[in-house]
Design a protein around this ligand. Sequence first.
Ligand code: NAP
Length: 487
Amino acid sequence: MSDSATATAHKVTLIAGDGVGPEVASATKDILAAAGANIHWDEAVAGKEAFEGGIASGVPQDTIDSIDANRVALKGPLETPVGFGGKSANVTLRKLFEMYGNIRPCKELPNIGGPFAGRGIDLIVVRENVEDVYAGIEHMQSPGVAQCLKLISRKGCEKISRLSFELARSLGRKRVTCATKANIMKKTEGLLKSTFEDVAKEFPEFTSDHIIIDNACHQLVIRPETFDIIVSTNMNGDIVSDLTSGLVGGLGLAPSMNLGDQAVMFEAVHGSAPDIAGQDKVNPTALLLSSVMMLRHFGEFETADKIEHALYVTLEEGKALTGDIAQGRPAVGTKRFAEEIIANLGKRSDKLVDRDYTPINMPKVSSDLDFVKCSDRRDVGADVFIESGKMPDEVGKSLEQIAEGSNLQLKMISNRGTQVYPVAAAAFDGVDHHRCRFVMRDKSQAMTEADLLDLLQRVGQSWRWIHIERLPEYNGEPGYTKAQGED
Ligand code: NAP
């Protein structure tokens, strides 16, 4: 590269990754270079090599510094070693740079075949990327009962909802569908639904709707072509986007982008595919299409179009395809497939309808920690979780006695969400994890710190309490849900 080309090059942190990562990264780099993309690659390490070098996060400081400086990364898959190392290096990277929007397009490619071929699928899953159960806050509350906290914030919901509409605007899309499990998880999943509905009012030019996530999966395999943009919480989005990848030919074809205010990281949806690593068998299309998204992010629309057309022509010709998409035809290796795409640069496919792209207008959302302020709030009681192998009747009677003379009284006990005291469900097969709900005897009074501490002291003398939750009311609305069977 000449000095002037280097000076104007887009600087990108390249993490080739584990398993098949180096092969897909090498093919992608070759194709981008042949297409004339002016990129300066800053090669960095994360994943297996970092874990083996004793870095518990799987992400060395040099890599963090490189992304911090370049603000753009292209990443191959990273293995999460089983048995050593800590959290997933992928999740660490997304969280470190608060890349809260995971954008996963799913578009039918030519000549791929499969049960959904010809349906014209062209949708995008927008997955919230940093909250939900992926916050990874887990505890064994008793030797036999595990808990994972599902944290969903109004701020997170607002950012991802706004991003979905801004994405729709930037890509000329028409409909944004919010997919949640709000019918069951009314507070957490419900927060995305209600926030999305509020934000949607500011984007009246789009059709917006809500669908229960399980129905979304059902509809996706019945009439996938009717979806445009689907926005969802982290875990639902993770699952749904793998499903949608399968609709159009599999993980080898599915690109993605992780978007935040500080940095953006492009990566294939697939993992390190250790069964085919180092064998020149992997399909590099997913990372290549991720790099096409990256070029559009840079505003390099012409180069992006050139590569996408060459890929389409290669797929249409069908004479040099990797094994996962060859469908009985003789398969070629990763390198040969990349060479064929390079040979087709400059050709145009009439199957590829060019879209108008404009840069995404990143949502401006306040960075206040107390994002939602509430003028009128009070606690009406507390849930005290107790570990005990005793039956609910014995626990309940004891707790009623223990609370005598205090300002709080036992309202009910539930076991895994179902009321078991004072009235039990018809069938009981419980565990040693009891949620004991205490409320103020005088309902006109709010619970004070002294009330709560007095209760805990009393309970702690006879029972092992493992966890407490206040029962808040915000502007008169309960900030907690009822147990199954609770009146
Ligand atoms: P995977 O690596 O995605 O592979 C699953 C299977 O899909 C492969 O065995 C291969 O199947 C096929 N496949 C995936 N990508 C392909 C491609 N580009 N070309 C052709 N075939 C492809 O999933 P996994 O086996 O569950 O995960 C392996 C490791 O990757 C784990 O350590 C996991 O934690 C990690 N992972 C990382 C990321 C990431 O970095 N973003 C994402 C997911 C998983 P066949 O050869 O059998 O057809």
